[in-house]
Design a protein around this ligand. Structure first.
Ligand code: NDP
Ligand code: 8X3
Length: 257
């Protein structure tokens, strides 16, 4: 018996990084998984591996969390047994660019706001009623240290993660009488595809971000999420801020010379 046997977890953004690592960690613990992301081929290949390696059930489908109609249709048309969602990991998210706010790219702003804030809201809006109906469930939002501190040129990304912080509190308050656990896991630097996306595929620039430090891994975050969702029923972990040892805050990093 794994720690999550008989549980079903829904993970957004499961093709890469933290979402993918959470899927693996949860699969090891026996959870059945509903996985979503935009790159469906990659997602389906990953789903097959998880089924084969861990003997779990996986339901995978293409989803862009920015599209409310698609979010609504795909969740409402989940087969009955897949609607019993015990854990939701709102992970899909991204940063695009770093620039002064007066020089910012409005398309980048919209992509971050639409994904990180509106996407999380759209998915939560559809899944929370299913949890409330069953009077059980755990929502884990992947926030960021950027939701606690603003750093130079991070303006809109930081604002979206501050919004995630506010929405986590809001969900906790609004569901306090519904037996729902609500947690925010807020990492600092994690070595994933995140910086590649932020720098639009400029891998050299992306690697510079982690130069001279030992960053967190996606597995570190998945372990933390697993810890949060396996506490005794009466315990709610509100938020965990987790950084590499060499990072005190987004702006204070001790890099080896
Ligand atoms: P990755 O780029 O490795 O993974 C991002 C995932 O999000 C991918 O699976 C991608 O899938 C998915 N995604 C992006 N946009 C959408 C969308 N519109 N609809 C559905 N899925 C989408 O980055 P991370 O794993 O690092 O990022 C995951 C979360 O962690 C994000 O919310 C990020 O803000 C947060 N975070 C990351 C930190 C870091 O340093 N890496 C630190 C703190 C927080 P696909 O492209 O297939 O749709
Ligand atoms: C990702 C970490 O420092 O790039 O949320 O904002 S950081």
């Amino acid at each position: 018996m794994g720690l999550l046997s008989n549980k079903t977890a829904f993970i957004t953004g499961a093709t890469s990084g933290i979402g993918k690592a959470c899927a693996e960690e949860f699969a090891k613990e026996g959870a059945d998984l509903i996985l979503s992301a935009r790159r469906i081929e990659k997602l389906n290949e990953f789903a097959e591996i998880l089924k084969k390696d861990f003997g779990i059930k996986v339901f995978s489908f293409k989803l862009d969390v920015r599209n409310y109609q698609d979010v609504k249709n795909s969740i409402s048309s989940l087969p009955g047994e897949w609607k019993k969602i015990d854990i939701l990991i709102n992970n899909a998210g991204l940063a695009r660019g770093l620039s002064k706010i007066y020089e910012g790219d409005v398309e980048n702003w919209e992509e971050m706001i639409d994904t990180n804030i509106k996407g999380l809201l759209y998915v939560s809006r559809q899944i929370l009623p299913l949890m409330i109906e069953r009077q059980q469930g755990h929502v884990v939002n992947i926030g960021s240290t950027a939701g606690h501190y603003v750093y130079p040129n991070g303006n809109v990304y930081c604002a979206t993660k501050h919004a995630v912080n506010a929405l986590t509190q809001a969900i906790r308050i609004d569901t306090v009488d519904k037996n729902i656990h609500v947690t925010s896991v807020d990492p600092g630097m994690v070595h994933t595809n995140f910086s590649n996306v932020r720098y639009s595929g400029d891998t050299a620039k992306a690697e510079e971000v982690y130069k001279g430090i030992e960053p967190l891994t996606a597995e570190d975050i998945a372990n933390t999420v697993l810890f949060c969702v396996t506490r005794p029923k009466h315990v709610n972990i509100n938020e965990i801020i987790i950084t590499p040892l060499q990072q005190a805050s987004p702006a204070y990093v001790n890099r080896n010379k």
